[in-house]
Write a protein that binds this ligand. Structure first.
Ligand code: ATP
Ligand code: MG
Ligand code: MG
Length: 381
């Protein structure tokens, strides 16, 4: 029996284990904390990412390694790769861990990006703001997630506050300044690439964020076919350049009908959770098929799906479970402000039915504001 090792034991590892259990796989998860939620379904090794004894035990017990957490030190991934197959490769991981390396690669491939500049000092920040202009966003190059490690500058007057907020982190994680994009939409391509180079995207997804955290996703996104084709071209090119194996997400802004790449997530992605019920094969199962060199499943969508993230605490499940296409995912985490604790997916055969279901669920849960932009998009206003 094949054992898949997963570095990081959060909800992504948990959903991977749940989705691929029917394939007869076993899982072993490594995390730095003992209450990692994937540990409810798979044995867990607790250890620091640089703890060689823990890594060694992990490597000796698994046939292949993958990630639920993109910030595992690239050196630890490399150490493992010398002992056991690791997918995606430590190189792909290293590029995606650094916003500067990632944006530089996008540029090399001709994928449009917002203006950006590396920042190493307060003077460097002043120069970068002068070049890029305001509004702009200062971000840590490494270790940011869910909008953490970011500071938005509305004008030059915010330079001091931005440096006070993030300057101390510059030596350790590096900083990058990006032009602020007044986008009409945020989109993502979630796609899988097999060991043999076969590439399959799920339908383009539209995403809504609140305070930098994903709130809702709609698939298929309501966009012109040409825009979806361009997004798929960028994703395919990127995956090929990195010789990527597994599922990844390319986050995109759409402004004036043009795409600008934001970032690459080298793993299954929150904006692909809808694929569990909304596609022929989910991102989780296809990720494991890719990592194991198995044939990839069809990524075609089954009607229209909307995923709603539950942040902080779980609402009552009844309203979602009462819908014909309602699906509930409780990650088994304790409630905490800002924490992703679960999600729901509503699936319907038509956009009109999906909009109606979202209105009912939004009203029942007091989440009208969360569903409103999705309903508006579905109703085409
Ligand atoms: P994730 O959880 O997706 O990994 P992250 O912490 O890596 O998040 P980003 O994806 O860079 O952060 O930013 C989070 C959100 O903030 C984006 O989805 C977008 O809504 C907004 N944002 C980030 N960069 C820009 C930008 N340059 N212009 C406009 N909005 C932006
Ligand atoms: Mg990110
Ligand atoms: Mg992001």
């Amino acid at each position: 029996m094949t054992t898949v090792g997963i570095l990081g034991g959060g909800q992504l590892a948990r959903m991977m284990a749940l989705s691929a259990a029917p394939l007869g796989l076993r899982f072993l998860v490594m995390d730095t904390v003992a209450d990692a939620c994937a540990g409810q379904f798979a044995p867990l090794i607790v250890g620091d990412w640089r703890d060689e004894a823990a890594l060694s035990e992990f490597a000796s017990k698994v046939d292949v390694v993958t990630f639920d957490f993109e910030n595992v030190p690239a050196e630890s991934a490399q150490w493992l790769a010398e002992r056991v197959p690791v997918f995606p490769s430590p190189r792909a991981l290293a590029v995606a861990q650094d916003r500067l390396a990632e944006k530089t690669l996008f540029c090399e491939l001709g994928i449009p990006v917002p203006p950006f500049a590396a920042v190493d000092s307060r003077e460097g920040l002043e120069q970068a703001v002068a070049t890029i202009g305001t509004p702009c966003i200062l971000k840590t190059r490494r270790l940011g997630y869910d909008g953490k490690g970011q500071f938005r500058l509305r004008s030059d007057a915010d330079i001091g506050a931005a440096w006070d907020a993030l300057g101390a982190q510059a030596p350790k994680v590096g900083l990058i300044l990006e032009g602020f994009v007044a986008f009409e939409r945020e989109l993502s391509v979630v796609a899988v690439r097999g060991r043999d180079g076969e590439f399959r995207p799920w339908s383009l997804t539209e995403n809504w964020h609140v305070d930098g955290v994903l709130s809702a996703s709609l698939a298929p996104a309501r966009v012109e076919p040409e825009l979806q084709a361009a997004a798929f071209r960028h994703a395919r090119q990127l995956a090929k350049a990195l010789d990527y194996v597994g599922v990844f997400a390319l986050e995109l802004f759409c402004r004036n009908g043009e795409l600008l790449a934001n970032e690459l997530a080298p793993r299954v992605h929150n904006s692909g959770h809808w694929s569990i019920e909304g596609a022929e094969t989910s991102q989780f199962q296809n990720h494991l098929r890719a990592v194991l060199g198995l044939p990839l499943g069809d990524t075609r969508n089954l009607g229209h799906a909307c995923m709603l993230n539950w942040i902080g605490e779980m609402p009552d499940a009844g309203a979602v479970l009462g819908e014909a296409g309602g699906h509930w995912h409780d990650y088994g985490k304790s409630p905490r402000a800002g924490r992703k604790v679960g999600h729901a997916t509503l699936r319907s055969d038509s956009q009109a039915e999906l909009a109606d279901a979202l209105v009912r669920v939004g009203a029942a849960l007091g989440r009208e504001a969360q569903v409103a932009p999705v309903v508006e998009r579905l109703r085409g206003r």
